[in-house]
Design a protein around this ligand. Sequence first.
Ligand SMILES: [Zn+2]
Length: 275
Amino acid sequence: MVKTVSKVTKVSTKKKLVPKEVVNRQKNFKDYLNVFEFLFQLPGSKETVKFKPISIGALKGFLTFEGEVEPLEITRMFDNLFLEVIISPEDFDPINMYVYDRYALLLEIRKKTKGETNQFEMKCPNCKGQSVQSVDFEKIESKPLIDGNYIVQLTEHLSVKMRHMTRLQELEVYEVSEQLKVEQELTKSELDTEVGLLLEAQTIEEIITPDGPQELEFPLFDKKYLLENIPQPLYQSVGKWHEENKFGPDLTVTVNCPHCEFEATEDITDLNFFS
Ligand SMILES: [Zn+2]
């Protein structure tokens, strides 16, 4: 034991070879920057993430995007954003975050970068009147992940074990659907339907039969096949599981047109989120 202690002391003396003045200057500099670091506990995995606000440069990159941007494209921009702002330990890989955790973290990053409120202009689809809508991010409620029942019974002999999708699993779906698009020459709406089904299939972790557990996970297309071949009410019970087990912040807001009775629900996770 004594030997180990003396070894450690030796190493730490060696480190002091760096000129004292430089060490001090670095320490002071970091002390000042620390005020721009924030901690946030993800509602799903319960991991604590350390992040810094988005730099002005990166923010400009976001805001100069114009016109229609594909949802997948937006999520890819968020991937890059996470790589830039997350300063968590080396073993934290944002690609393994739950998709719902990503949105919770995005909201936190938005709040620390640009404040607690967001204003945007709305053109009413009903009366065409213009209005300024505002969202108070502090008022958005966030649900924690409830570790409860993951099994959905489909028939007497068939049930599925559900899971919350990670970003990696989501990307796998988009990769597969890119291939489908090329191989089967799907139209945009056909492709959207396929992607929707595949995303849902990806949230099935296991298909459970009386034959006992499978050695290997069923391929994604088998899970999709299952969803396509069960009666509608059973398919809905899978959807109901998602409804009941969803966690994180609700990023839809209700907007009201001040000129007419029009009311709509807006998803705020598009690019306007950071404006
Ligand atoms: Zn209106």
